[in-house]
Design a protein around this ligand. Sequence first.
Ligand code: APR
Length: 168
Amino acid sequence: MKTIQVVEGDITTVAADAIVNAANTTLMGGGGVDGAIHRAAGPALYAACEKFGGCPTGEARITSGFNLPAKYIIHTPGPIWHGGDHGEDQLLANSYRNSLTLADEYDCRTVAFPSISTGVYSFPLGRAAQIAIQTIREFLQTASQVEEVTMVCFDPTTARAYRTAVNS
Ligand code: APR
């Protein structure tokens, strides 16, 4: 039985097989969830990310979880919102799909996502939630290993948006 659930909390505490980091294209850390994950995972994460030499928007890279309870961290730079006519929707869908593809390749059964691009990157929350849930649903139809996807929302407004998307 494949499931999508929505919880409120701090993704650095989630013991999923893989947690996803809303990174930037340098993969060298930042604020928001990226900063929280780097702080919790420890300095070895920085060195592991350095070897990628960055990551294009919408693509994904995987590292160990280091000091996190999660086995893996999947880093994906989501799109920065520029009004919606610069391919942002497709790039956001790519971030979710490419992260799930990597999780599947690494035999992850459970995957946790933050709300990619809806913080510093200013992607409209309701629109992002619809794209995220639709992309996750499509992926789960053909996934071979991934069975449970959890949206870990940092505040009630974000959680409400994803619950609305799941129930639509
Ligand atoms: N756990 C779960 N979600 C979190 C956490 C956390 N510990 N901390 C923040 N968030 C939430 C934010 O509240 C927001 O809903 O993650 C969502 C994404 O916000 P950002 O972290 O700002 O990410 P994003 O909008 O994708 O911007 C990425 O911000 O931190 C930098 O290096 C990062 O340049 C990149 C940009």
